[in-house]
Ligand binder design. Structure first.
Ligand SMILES: Cc1ncc(COP(=O)(O)O)c(C=O)c1O
Length: 446
């Protein structure tokens, strides 16, 4: 079919409409998108961009993947909505059964919603119902969403300004962020021991013996791509157990092949009590989910929770096709390409003082930019974060036709989270672009 080109729609026209008619929540807009395939975005003026960010880690099997699009179209022809919690229907039933197979350990029963935030909110309700306790602990620098419950767990005041009060009874514990940790030079075992001793201290000082859950991103995304050492998740589960609480793994961002396993928890040999999912689950169709062992899931009674759109059949059909693609080849590709990318980014860290740390797993990688001339940064542990440098690198890349994310708690991390179907050539172009961007910034004296 010939592509339609509406020459009256321009990039500026679209952003003007945004200014005029969308609420101004995101001032720093990225490239406008008219269409997207594989790892390529096209704007309204025919410019193409290499996508290294996947719409914030969502289109894991590539934009417009044939199998996913086909599955969604087939379901559109059948029916679009029946409310999963009123009318039993095939796609939700089949997907829930599939999730019982592909999620770790004894995770078995799923609740479907529409987003990551909702999956976290629902998981907290389930933990409270099952344990009969109320308090929740999350990680400093963690991100779990922006509704008032998930926002309370999000460990970053930048998201909370003017929005308090959120839900009560949430405390935060230091993240396993080795680069700026007082324990940065310890071996993995000692690092885990000390970081989780801090958690015990937080439980002792900030809670009232009424702990329902510890919530953790197995690999932290928005905080700046933070990968905890092996043993960390297992120790969190033991501590949760000791306090009669559940371990909730928020895999909204780290799930669905992103780290080179279907779920990041698999790297850590720890089965969470509840696993939250969204983003990559349906390759861009809105769907969220949380999955728990039957014993925990059955704590919910009829009416305890519901979602009108949750488990939408078109989204569930797309999710089934997405999981097939991830299992066929795409997760393995993430593992292979991620290992290569990791080495390339480590080389940049070795070469440039402004790259404080390269870190990541699979195709969830980050480069933390620092200003080595500005002395030590927070807590006197590593060089001062350099958010401006990271921003300039992101902008330079965009001018070269490459889309990457810039974020992290200090806003100084270049985030590379491309579609997991990306090939070596795409990554080579990305790495070369980053090198050029750093050189250009250094030459400009920034
Ligand atoms: C780990 C994690 N949890 C929850 C969310 C919230 O997801 P959503 O934006 O779909 O509500 C995000 C979004 O970035 C996330 O990274």
């Amino acid at each position: 079919m010939a592509r339609q080109t509406d020459t009256t729609v321009t990039n500026d026209g679209i952003t003007d409409q945004y200014e005029e008619y969308l609420m101004p929540i995101w001032k720093d807009l990225h490239v406008p998108v008219k269409r997207a395939t594989g790892c390529t975005l096209e704007d309204f003026e025919g410019n193409e961009y290499l996508d290294l960010f996947s719409g914030i880690a969502v289109t894991n099997v590539g934009h417009g993947d044939d199998a996913v699009v086909e599955a969604a179209k087939d379901q559109l022809d059948e029916f679009v909505h029946g409310c999963t919690y009123v009318h039993p229907q095939g796609p939700a039933a089949e997907l829930a059964e599939r999730l019982a197979e592909v999620t770790p350990g004894d995770l078995q029963k799923t609740f479907f919603c529409n987003s990551g935030t909702e999956s976290v909110e629902g998981a907290i309700k389930l933990a409270r119902k099952y344990t009969g306790s109320k308090e929740v602990i999350a990680l400093e620098m963690g991100f779990h969403g922006r509704t008032l419950g998930s926002l309370a767990l999000t460990g970053n005041k930048a998201y909370k300004a003017d929005m308090a009060p959120t839900i009560n009874d949430v405390a935060h514990t230091p993240a396993p962020y080795r680069y700026r940790s007082p324990y940065r030079d310890a071996d993995d075992e000692t690092f885990v021991e000390r970081t989780t001793a801090d958690l015990e201290r937080v439980i002792g000082t900030h809670t009232a013996d009424d702990l329902a859950a510890i919530v953790v991103e197995p690999v932290m995304g928005e905080g700046g791509i933070i990968v905890p050492p092996t043993g960390y998740l297992r120790r969190l589960k033991e501590i949760a157990r000791d306090h009669g609480a559940l371990l909730i793994a928020d895999e909204v961002q780290s799930g669905y092949g992103r780290t080179g396993e279907l779920f990041a928890s698999e790297h850590y040999d720890a089965v969470p009590d509840i696993l939250t999912q969204a983003k990559g689950i349906a390759n861009g169709l809105p769907l969220g989910a949380f999955t728990a062992p039957a014993e925990i899931a059955d704590a919910f009674d009829s009416g305890d929770h519901l979602s009108t759109f949750g488990g939408n059949p078109v989204a569930c059909a797309a999710a089934l096709a997405t999981i097939d693609r991830l299992e066929d080849e795409v997760t393995a590709n993430a593992r292979e390409q991620g290992a290569w990318l990791s080495e390339e980014l480590a080389a940049l860290e070795a070469e440039y003082d402004v790259v404080g740390e390269a870190r990541g797993i699979g195709l969830m990688q980050g480069l933390e930019f620092v200003d080595p001339s500005a002395g030590t940064g927070p807590a006197g542990i590593a060089p001062e974060p350099d958010a401006e440098f990271a921003k300039h690198v992101g902008n330079y890349l965009r001018e070269q036709g490459i889309v990457a994310g810039v974020g992290g708690y200090y806003k100084n991390v270049l985030r590379l989270q491309p579609p997991l179907s990306i090939d070596r050539e795409g990554l080579e172009r990305g790495v070369a672009g980053i090198r050029d961007a750093i050189d250009a910034e250094l030459e400009a004296g920034r």
